[in-house]
Design a protein around this ligand. Structure first.
Ligand SMILES: Cc1cc2nc3c(=O)[nH]c(=O)nc-3n(C[C@H](O)[C@H](O)[C@H](O)COP(=O)(O)O)c2cc1C
Length: 203
């Protein structure tokens, strides 16, 4: 049986999206996937980071020692993109990484990847869907197969966002079980569908 290779590539300033990324990864691993979980690089000036103690603490203390690279994207059969909602769209840090994929795109190396997206915003109507849809736009241009979360599990009727895993951070200090469970469903679905696609492409 094909082992799907999944890259979870994300940006997080204060840890919420990182927790969602780990839940997506857990869901994919439970489906038997090989998983890389990688944040993109912080690009904000030190003064901006220092202006927010939670941001500074995350930059100083997070446990990730490998950042996402283009090799991770080429390696993966399936890709999950995660970003906090920033003024209704993805963070510039993630966009900068995605904007560096032109070389892979030109060689057709991103075609037929299965892609999905997840996010966190402060408020319920603060742009969860618009952020996920904006990340998905990149997947369309890559020629990836865009995978929504859908109401693929009864749990999503509770968490309520078929576009992708999402957490409203005003609700609690860190992602709650409802948001984490939705992300685990998303990771498992990504691994499952990616397995079919990878096996089919391998002939
Ligand atoms: C510059 C900036 C812009 C933001 N824009 C939005 C927004 O448009 N809507 C919203 O609900 N929350 C917004 N937020 C809040 C973040 O999306 C939210 O705190 C998120 O949970 C942070 O995720 P992280 O801990 O992974 O960085 C913004 C935060 C910052 C710093």
């Amino acid at each position: 049986m094909t082992t799907p290779k999944i890259a979870v590539v994300f940006y997080s300033a204060t840890g919420n999206v990182a927790a969602l990324a780990e839940a997506v990864a857990d869901g994919a691993r439970k489906e038997g996937a090989e998983v890389r979980v990688r944040p993109v690089r912080e690009l904000a000036p030190p003064a901006a980071v220092a202006s927010n103690p939670r941001w500074q603490a995350w930059v100083d203390d997070n446990h990730y020692d490998e950042h996402a690279t283009l090799d991770d994207l080429e390696w993966a059969d399936g890709i999950a993109l995660g970003s906090p909602t920033r003024f209704g769209g993805p963070a510039g840090q993630l966009k900068e990484f995605l904007d560096s994929t032109g070389g892979l795109w030109a060689k057709g190396k991103l075609l037929d990847k299965v892609g999905t997206a997840f996010t966190s915003s402060s408020t319920k109507h603060g742009g969860l869907e618009s952020t996920i849809l904006a990340m998905n736009n990149v997947l369309y241009h890559w020629g990836a197969i865009v995978l929504p979360l859908g109401y693929s599990d009864p749990h999503i009727m509770e968490s309520g966002n078929p576009y992708g895993g999402s957490f409203v951070s005003r609700r609690s200090a860190a992602p709650d079980e409802e948001a984490l469970a939705a992300c685990r469903v998303q990771g498992a679905r990504l691994a499952r569908i990616t397995r079919y696609v990878a096996a089919g492409l391998a002939g």
